[in-house]
Design a binder for this molecule. Structure first.
Ligand code: B12
Ligand code: SF4
Ligand code: SF4
Length: 394
């Protein structure tokens, strides 16, 4: 009998511990480290999760992601991450904190998960603390940590562990904590008694589906991620023109389907102050300042947060879209400056769109002037489209 699958595993400190007692230690360590909930799943391959993931790839729901069927298969198999995996310890870390009270005019919205501490950094010590209990029991490394950092269908395993249920908005809802929770896992070669899946469901509720501005949620627990504002504001190429008006004032992520979700609204989890926005500007950034954002300030303000993943140009692009949607003629001079001076083609494209959407005589004149000196084909095409739109009688 291997030490990793026995009813009693040899503890690194020389004692014997039963799987049930080891599980108890894991639960205590998770609570002490700050997890809102912890539950155990068996590490057997999840055939249904693989099928659902493969189906979503086949529908092109994840076309903006580099996923293929081989990835989907790996994501459903903890043993592909850690050979000999027996159990997956799943934790939920609550992060939702009330929005700052002040909001300046012409500000954008950032999703709650990106206001403060980057969750990858926050989760790591929690997962390490739990893993050390298991490694210690095995007397050798017996764990692999995951928090959005490796191919693993995190929601599927959290659901199998009974941490909660996957709602129609496709987020895991943990009873008492709601869906504003990050997920993290410790895959281990040790056998721990698994917990049972939750019996709760969304029932007849359809609130998240009705509120989604882009119709990304189908209602059958699937999502077309290419329509989701969270994806649109994070993709590194152009946001499809038809979807830009629907992005509204979001400049990173979107919380609409969770804000409206009854079990999430009812929940009142204890949330670490590390997730509070250090300044109202992190939750509601000034759009004109964001349009001017450059490297130094970007690193200082956003690098410690989940807004700091994809570079300043992406945030300037998103500011341009939100300004286009704000339809405020007073922003035209600032947009005009960006159209002429922003070094990023991607940003200039979206600025051209914003000017076209605002459609004032000065916006028209700036587009016309830039159409004669613009060297990028993509931006010239965007300018033509904006001018064509403006030339169309209302
Ligand atoms: C790609 C990705 C995205 C994409 C695609 C999202 C999606 N729903 O697939 C985009 C950019 C849109 C996105 C957005 C967000 N994301 Co994201 N994202 C991921 C990532 C990296 C992979 C998800 C994935 O594999 N999707 C493919 C689908 C097919 O797999 P899945 O969602 O895991 O689905 C499984 C289960 O839902 C289940 N299932 C599916 N259908 C059904 C049907 C039934 C009936 C049942 C019972 C089960 C079930 O089986 C599926 C296959 O394994 C994960 C991290 C990870 N490795 O898991 C984070 C993750 C899912 N994201 C997370 C977060 C916080 C968000 C946002 C809330 C951020 C924001 N505010 O903007 C939004 C939420 C938007 C939304 N409504 O989903 C958290 C979710 C936490 C939670 N409570 O569920 C994760 C787990 C990261 C983490 N470690 O905390 N995300
Ligand atoms: S995060 Fe926003 S865009 Fe994405 S599914 Fe939810 S409501 Fe729709
Ligand atoms: S809003 Fe309703 S349908 Fe959507 S996830 Fe929440 S409970 Fe489920």
């Amino acid at each position: 009998m291997s030490v990793h699958s026995a009813y009693a595993v040899a503890c690194g400190r020389g004692e014997l511990v039963t799987p049930a007692a080891l599980k108890e230690r894991v639960v205590v360590a998770a609570r002490e480290a700050g997890a809102g909930a912890v539950a155990i799943a068996s590490a057997e391959d999840d055939v249904r999760a693989h099928q659902r993931f493969a189906a979503s790839i086949a529908r092109d729901d994840l076309a903006t992601w580099p996923y293929d069927d081989a990835y989907a298969e790996r994501a459903a198999s903890p043993a592909a991450l850690l050979p000999g995996a027996k159990s997956v310890v799943c934790v939920a870390i609550p992060y939702a904190i009330d929005a700052p009270k002040e909001r300046v005019p012409l500000s954008g919205r950032v999703s709650n998960y990106a206001w403060a501490t980057d969750y990858h950094r926050y989760a790591r010590p929690i997962l390490q603390r739990i893993a050390s209990v298991l490694d210690d029991a095995a007397g050798e490394p017996a764990t692999r940590l995951v928090c959005d950092t490796a191919p693993l269908a995190e929601r599927a395993f959290a659901e199998r562990a009974g941490l909660g249920w996957v709602g129609k908005h496709t987020n895991l809802i943990a009873p008492g904590l709601g869906s504003y929770v990050f997920l993290g896992e410790i895959v281990t070669t040790l056998e721990l008694p698994p917990d049972s899946p939750s019996k709760k469901t969304c029932g007849a509720c359809t609130r998240c589906i009705d509120v989604c501005p882009t119709r990304a949620l189908r209602g059958d627990y699937t999502i077309d991620a290419t329509r989701c504002i969270s994806d649109l504001t994070q993709r590194t190429d152009a946001i499809p023109r038809a979807l830009r008006p629907l992005v509204g004032d979001w400049v990173l992520g979107c919380d609409l389907c969770q804000e409206i979700c009854p079990p999430t609204r009812r929940a009142s989890p204890r949330v670490d102050a590390a997730f509070a926005a250090p300044h109202a500007n992190n939750a509601f950034p000034d759009l004109l300042a964001l349009l001017r954002l450059r490297g130094g300030e970007y690193k200082r303000r956003f690098r410690p947060t989940a807004m700091g993943w994809r570079g300043a140009a992406l945030l300037r692009r998103n500011a341009a879209v939100a300004l286009g949607n704000a339809l405020d003629r007073a922003t035209v001079p600032a947009l005009e400056q960006s159209l002429v001076g922003d070094a990023s083609e991607l940003v200039r494209e979206h600025v051209a769109w914003a000017l076209g959407r605002i459609g004032s005589p000065r916006a028209y004149a700036s587009l016309k002037a830039q159409s004669e000196r613009e060297t990028s084909l993509a931006v010239r095409e965007e300018i033509s489209s904006a001018l064509g739109f403006l030339a169309t009688p209302a």
